[in-house]
Design a protein around this ligand. Structure first.
Ligand code: ZN
Ligand code: ZN
Length: 258
């Protein structure tokens, strides 16, 4: 299984997964043109994508979907509350979208995709576990207001995972954002801070995770160095020196696993 973050953060999110002949996207939070350009650089194309799995309806995860649906007619899997918010009868998405329950599992080519719920201030938000026929298990969980038992139990045993390390709490508190936005980010339906991310990283490392990508970093309230050093230090202190750690760039394709 090859996994790339094409884009990550509040300016757009998209993860690309390739396993044998099967190619998937999680989210399409950039223009169709930008996503196509990134896929071309990886010798692929939107016309090769077998399915798109949406986490939630926020624009940083969905902005390219209307044009992609119109041009490529790729099946898009969306949980019901997000579907009801974003899919209108006149939308091109209407012909491609699958309205899903919060917990579902489906097989696409060589991959099995399973959803789980993540608390966030959207109509609904899900993460995904993706497994191939060789037993490789990959998980993605971002836009996490807080870590729940459900998140821990689904991500447990993933060989690779993309997890959110959104902000440094001190930077949010002392930063220029208006009070309501600070409250939103820090609430238990907002985003995950570096410290909570590092606790999740240790939990996963204890259960066999070998590589982690820190994702959905805030441009204003975090830096890649801060995010990396908090989680690296926590992993090293707990003895997990060999767990690979990298940061997803907002605009540059990052390979998390090959
Ligand atoms: Zn969101
Ligand atoms: Zn987001």
């Amino acid at each position: 299984m090859q996994i790339y973050t094409l884009f990550s953060g509040s300016s757009g999110n998209c993860v690309y997964i390739k396993d044998r002949g099967t190619e998937l996207l999680i989210d399409a939070g950039k223009s169709a043109g930008a996503i196509e350009k990134s896929l071309t650089a990886l010798n692929s194309s939107l016309s090769n994508i077998d399915a798109i799995f949406l986490t939630h309806e926020h624009a940083d995860h969905t902005v390219g979907l209307e044009i992609i649906s119109k041009k490529y007619r790729i099946p898009v899997h969306i949980t019901a509350p997000s579907y009801d918010r974003m899919v209108s009868p006149t939308s091109s998405l209407c012909a491609c979208a699958w309205r899903r329950e919060v917990h579902y599992s489906t097989r696409i080519g060589s991959l099995t995709v399973t959803s789980f719920e993540i608390p966030h201030d959207s109509m609904q938000n899900v993460g995904y576990i993706i497994e191939n026929e060789e037993g490789e298990k990959f998980g993605v969980a971002t836009d996490m207001g807080h870590i729940t038992e459900e998140i821990l139990s689904y991500l447990s045993g993933c060989h690779y995972a993309i997890i959110e390390s959104n902000h440094d709490t001190g930077m949010v508190k002392s930063g220029p954002y208006p009070y309501f936005l600070k409250q939103r980010i820090l609430s238990d339906r907002g985003h995950l801070c570096n410290e909570e991310c590092s606790r999740l990283a240790i939990f996963l490392a204890e259960r066999g995770t070998r590589a982690l990508t820190l994702a959905h970093l805030s441009r204003e309230n975090n830096t890649p160095d801060k995010a990396l050093s908090v989680t690296r230090q926590a992993l090293d202190t707990a003895g997990f020196f060999s767990v690979e750690l990298n940061v997803a760039s907002p605009i540059i394709t990052t390979c998390v696993h090959k």
